[in-house]
Design a protein. Structure first.
Length: 405
């Protein structure tokens, strides 16, 4: 069970916060591999300082095997998904369905929190939370699955694209005269992973123990505010309309000479936009100044703006837009994201010792810093005990906590 908050005693003892343990230091977690959502939930717990032992099959799990791999050469410890989702964890390779079951049972018996899916194949009763609680009293069990542990879909398998379709996201994505489109990234897995992290910490703050049931479908369905708000407010079903927010235009990505930019207009954007395109006489023209006019006659708006954008690079547009305080933004590739100066200054890039630059924790805590760690080699921690209650990610990947002189 999570101990009482530590930040007050750290502060009173003069411990430097840059070297303080994470907020979940001392929490012992066993993660039985069960897909991307579970892995991302575990990643967030690890960045918060929890000691994570990840149990995966002897041949590696789907996240580790999926790649992509440097130079297209397969390597159990080199895949991109593994590097992104498993930083700061330990790895135990065991077949939880047979000879490895005793090893996993011993790990779970000594942990505070078990993270997996009720659908995971295991000799442990992951699909029976009551039996699991009887065998492991005091352990909080967090299950992250496509549809949750109850209901007619409980046993169904699904990936993010299916969840996107069922949650209504696909229906409103794409052109109105074409079939719906997928998002292009597995957003359902990450929404579910975040909700798993939030639910896990809430359960621990409530004293631990019990069963936490997280559904990817419910996590994503609640994230589409416009579709649900339109129906709740008017009874109308929002239709697909070029992947746009229907109540405003432009809130879109528009092409320019060397790529594209995110192009947004606010209530007071018409005068600076008119100046941007060299047409100050249009500052009060309805096609720029009236939201309804822009929404209904968006093709006329595009006919005015797109030729100007086509003659200028994104850097040229964005530099002038910043001067005029227009809310435009670049559309970044992965390499550009990893070189972003704003994120660098904020300390978002938190490379593990000896590792390449990767994306760090998604939020900052002033008193108990979040940190990233290196991904583990498959089975590297086999036979090792669970982290001691006082051990933390900070202790294993960063300097030890000390008192100020």
């Amino acid at each position: 069970m999570l101990a009482a908050p530590r930040w007050a005693c750290w502060r009173s003892e003069g411990i430097r916060m840059a070297e303080a343990p994470g907020p979940l230091a001392g929490l012992r977690v066993v993660e039985i591999a069960a897909g991307t959502a579970v892995a991302y939930c575990g990643q967030l717990l690890a960045q918060a300082g929890a000691g994570i032992v990840r149990v995966e099959p002897p041949e590696g799990d789907d996240v580790r095997l999926r790649g992509p791999f440097p130079g297209d050469r397969f390597g159990l410890d080199d895949g991109g998904m593994h590097r992104v989702l498993n930083g700061g964890k330990r790895s135990v390779a065991a077949d939880t369905r047979s000879e490895g079951a005793a090893t996993v049972e011993a790990l779970v018996a000594g942990c505070d929190l078990l993270l997996s899916s009720h659908q995971a194949e295991s000799a442990l009763p992951l699909g029976d939370p009551e039996e699991l609680a009887r065998r492991f009293p005091g352990v909080t069990y967090v299950s992250v699955s496509p549809f949750g542990a109850t209901g007619p879909y409980a046993s169904y398998r699904a990936d993010s694209q299916i969840i996107e379709a069922l949650s209504g996201f696909s229906y409103v994505t794409g052109n109105p005269d074409r079939e719906p489109l997928a998002m292009g990234v597995d957003i359902a897995d990450y929404f579910a992973g975040v909700n798993g992290y939030i639910a896990a910490t809430a359960a621990l703050l409530d004293g631990g123990r019990g069963f936490v049931d997280v559904s990817s479908l419910e996590s994503l369905a609640l994230a589409d505010d416009h579709t649900l708000a339109v129906y709740a407010g008017t009874g109308a079903i929002r239709r697909r309309y070029y992947s746009r927010v229907l109540i405003a235009y432009p809130m879109d990505v528009l092409p320019c000479k060397d790529g594209a930019i995110a192009f947004i207009m606010q209530a007071n954007s018409a005068p600076p936009l008119a100046e941007l395109i060299g047409r100050p006489e249009l500052a009060e023209a309805p096609i720029l100044a009236a939201m309804r006019e822009r929404v209904l006659n968006w093709r006329d708006f595009d006919a005015l703006i797109l030729p100007w954008l086509a003659e200028r690079t994104s850097d040229e547009v964005l530099e002038r837009a910043r001067e005029l305080r227009l809310p435009f933004g670049p559309v970044l590739r992965a390499t550009e994201l990893l070189e972003n100066k704003h994120l660098e200054v904020r300390g978002f890039f938190d490379p593990p010792p000896g590792g390449a630059r990767t994306l760090g924790p998604p939020f900052r805590l002033s008193e108990t810093p979040m940190r990233s760690g290196a991904p583990p080699r498959l089975g590297a921690s086999h036979g090792e005990p669970l982290p001691a209650p006082a051990e933390s990610l900070a202790a294993s990947t960063g300097p030890a906590c000390t008192k100020d002189p």
